[in-house]
Design a protein around this ligand. Structure first.
Ligand SMILES: [Cu+2]
Length: 133
């Protein structure tokens, strides 16, 4: 019966490691929607805020620093990277993998007020702070 206990403990450790940095929530890559969802009929003036960051040699440029978007607005964070990495929007816990020498984007609605770090996780590169107010 000692065996079973060890197997369960190992599984728990693996799940913990998968969470990556900070608030360790397991990643759900399938949820990144492509493009803003067009709402036919009554569209209450939703301006899509597109944030573009470029990372080369571990350095971020573009829309870096503090970026403010209105609460409730749709946001697309687009990151171009020279190496394979994973984009992580803290607080909203959105992650998406970006392949080497390409661009990936995360689309979501900024429906949670606060300031959230957006970064690449491997290796850790701070991109910007998303301020939702
Ligand atoms: Cu992170």
């Amino acid at each position: 019966m000692g065996r079973v206990g060890i197997a369960i403990a190992t599984g728990a450790v693996l799940i913990g490691v998968l969470g990556g940095c900070g608030q360790g929530t397991a990643t759900a890559p399938g949820s990144s929607s492509t493009g803003p969802s067009a709402a036919p009929g009554k569209a209450p003036e939703l301006t899509v805020h597109t944030i573009s960051v470029k990372v080369r040699g571990g350095k971020a440029s573009g829309d870096i620093g503090k970026v403010t978007v209105p609460l409730g607005s749709p946001v697309i964070i687009s990151v171009s990277s020279d190496v394979a990495d994973e984009i992580h929007v803290h607080g909203y816990e959105r992650t998406v993998k970006v392949p080497a020498a390409s661009t990936a984007s995360i689309a979501f609605t900024a429906n949670k007020p606060g300031t959230f770090d957006v970064e690449l996780d491997n290796p850790k590169v701070a991109l910007l702070q998303l301020q939702v107010a």
